[in-house]
Ligand binder design. Sequence first.
Ligand code: SF4
Length: 231
Amino acid sequence: MKATTSDQLNIPVIHQALAFKELLPDQHMVDQGYTSAQILVDSQRAYDIDLFGPVPVNQHWQAKAGQGYALSDFQVNWKNRKVRCPQGKSSKAWKKGKDAYGHLVIRVEFRHRHCSACPVRAQCTKSESGPRNLTFQIQENYEALQKARARQQTKEFEELYAIRAGVEGTISQGVRTFEIRQYRYIGMAKTRLQHVVAAVAMNVVRAVSWLEEVPLAQTRQSRFAKLAPVS
Ligand code: SF4
């Protein structure tokens, strides 16, 4: 796979290759670059894999603590294709569409008369006179994303995800010591060969450090962070 390919596009390729070798895991630990609602659903559906990693949080202003009514404050009734707002009002329109990335989404709108008379309107919309609108993913993706967002708040998630400790350190060592981001050669074949040589060299360096009982490095702190008082 080329380094320029987005992380998310790599997931199906990785799963396909693992399936071919009959090495599919039950759980696949990844960082946030690899997760999206669609990939979570596809991994589960196609390969029965629990893609385990942090998912993006809701970035809308309403979702920021104490600021307003976010999507999670609304109740979605998938069967009746209605959404109930925190003030108990029902949406009027439910339309399927596509977002800017071509993903299927649902768009709903609340009634003008409800929103214009709403006592908590300022917590819901910044529109001067329009009603609240919501855009969210189709049911399977929506539920997978909400489930993943809830899971990543738990202690169990934190403990299990700690298994990835060292992965970023390995990449950092590769970049800083073995120059894996700047290769000396042109062409995929030679670049791949240098990747393999760098990986072997890294393993040798690490094995020697382990045999010589070199202590692990501490996580680096920025100069600014070092100024903070230690409690
Ligand atoms: S502004 Fe509209 S959607 Fe928001 S809480 Fe009030 S009535 Fe409900």
